[in-house]
Design a protein around this ligand. Structure first.
Ligand SMILES: [Zn+2]
Length: 196
């Protein structure tokens, strides 16, 4: 179950599996990656606009429930995290803030620099929940030093819940097991290589 300061929105799939987007905050809210994919074959050419409208209505509903949207946030600049986001932010009158625009924190969430999947990838952490974007995507190479440093950093933060862009929420114990496995695997490889 999600904590009270997080709401989830499953965007329509595009190119790959569903994209999980989030609204973070109790009163002032950041929307993480409200993507809207372009029309698919056979869809009406207004399909993307309809998806954008659905996002805007959702954001308006958040505001009607006392959660003012302050910004749209991107964890990195891959196209499946940015497509159609600009018009949504423009309609809401809020800025789009990616890794290059974000400071150390936004609306009470720490911006955590997590290179690996992308060189300028970031996550968001409120002391309990870590929004991981694509940090844990399978294409992240276990030999990649930046990825392992990022994973080590997040493991040390000991999040109770990890929210990713393309999977279901990951609970604390599962995440800790995953980190132990990936980081242990890497440590074993290093000692093997040094031992030779
Ligand atoms: Zn990505």
């Amino acid at each position: 179950m999600l904590p009270s300061n997080v709401e989830h929105y499953a965007s329509a799939p595009w190119m790959r599996e569903t994209h999980h987007a989030y609204a973070l905050g109790e009163t002032r809210v950041v929307l993480v990656e409200p993507i809207c994919c372009p029309p698919r074959p056979g869809e009406h050419q207004d399909a993307q606009k309809k998806r954008q409208l659905a996002w805007i209505l959702w954001a308006r509903d958040l505001e009607a429930r006392g959660r003012k949207v302050a910004a749209v946030v991107l964890t990195h600049y891959h196209e499946d995290h940015t497509i159609g986001v600009g018009p949504v932010a423009h309609s809401l009158g809020v800025p789009v803030l990616g890794p290059h625009e974000l400071g150390d924190a936004i609306e009470g969430w720490h911006v955590v620099r997590t290179p690996g999947h992308a060189r300028d990838h970031v996550g968001l952490f409120d002391g309990h929940t870590f929004v991981a974007g694509d940090l844990l995507e399978l294409d992240a190479d276990t030999r990649s030093a930046p990825f392992l440093r990022s994973l080590d950093l997040v493991a040390d933060m000991d999040p109770e819940l990890v929210l990713t862009a393309h999977t279901h929420p990951i609970e604390e114990r599962t995440f800790a097991r995953y980190c132990a496995w990936r980081l242990g695997q890497s440590a074993a490889r290093r000692s093997h290589e040094f031992g030779r």
